[in-house]
Design a protein around this ligand. Structure first.
Ligand code: SF4
Length: 233
């Protein structure tokens, strides 16, 4: 078994010309290599819906973690319930931050997502993910190269020094159209906010509709000088 200390990029060429653009073979490799020590931190956005369907083909009882900041849209919680029904064997955990919203407001002031969004993401996303990944060797992410300049160099397998683990990104070659084609052909449930102009969906206070084709994440933290929550730095 590979560990973080002995990690090196696998000399494994994933087939990228197949139907799944390498996604299925990457997942098969990940679960064959790391077994139960693979965690998928899923935001239940549209890429997440695709990845869950692919993961269920490879490992029916895979562990999925949703970082429940308690600030998500109702529609996000609704799609999670639908996914749970469709894939009852998946182990889906709604991971809670250490601080409730009330405790956070007491400690840092009200509406931290407006005053210090980086600190808010740290408390409500990064620290809980860190905890979830402390026992995992590898984690799966739905990053796609097309999503923007910060993701253009992402590989199938990435050494993640931040979490001391291996970050597996099966969808790097998928386009926005590939994602939607897959969802449509397989009649997958998805967050209805996508139909209302939200290509990328995070917490409600930090997500606005976006209509720029060149950067589908433009609606995240718009006007706050922030484009990433810090999970993929
Ligand atoms: Fe807080 Fe916004 Fe980050 Fe969610 S996305 S954790 S509300 S700053």
């Amino acid at each position: 078994m590979l560990t973080f200390e002995t990690w090196q990029e696998p000399a494994h060429d994933f087939e990228v010309d197949d139907t799944y653009k390498g996604a299925l073979s990457t997942l098969e490799w990940a679960y064959d290599t790391y077994g139960d020590e693979v965690v998928y931190a899923c935001s239940f956005g549209i890429e997440g819906i695709v990845l869950i369907d692919l993961i269920a083909k490879v490992k029916r009882d895979a562990k999925i973690v949703f970082l429940d900041t308690n600030k998500h849209f109702d529609e996000t919680y609704e799609v999670i319930e639908k996914v749970k029904k469709r894939y009852p064997q998946l182990r889906i955990e709604l991971k809670q931050p250490k601080l409730t919203l009330e405790e956070q407001a007491e400690k840092y002031g009200d509406k931290l997502w407006e005053t210090e969004p980086n600190q808010c993401c740290k408390v409500r996303k990064i620290e809980p993910l860190d905890e979830s990944l402390s026992e995992a060797i590898a984690w799966i992410s739905g990053l796609r190269r097309e999503q923007g300049p910060t993701r253009a160099n992402t590989n199938f397998i990435n050494l993640d020094t931040r979490f001391e683990s291996v970050k597996i990104c099966p969808l790097i070659h998928w386009t926005w159209k590939d994602v939607w084609r897959y969802v449509s052909r397989n009649e997958l449930d998805y967050n209805v906010l996508h139909d209302r102009g939200y290509p990328s969906i995070g917490c409600a206070p930090c997500t606005n509709p976006a209509f720029t084709e060149e950067d589908l994440r433009a609606g995240r933290w718009s006007g706050q000088g922030k484009t990433e929550c810090g999970l993929h730095g």
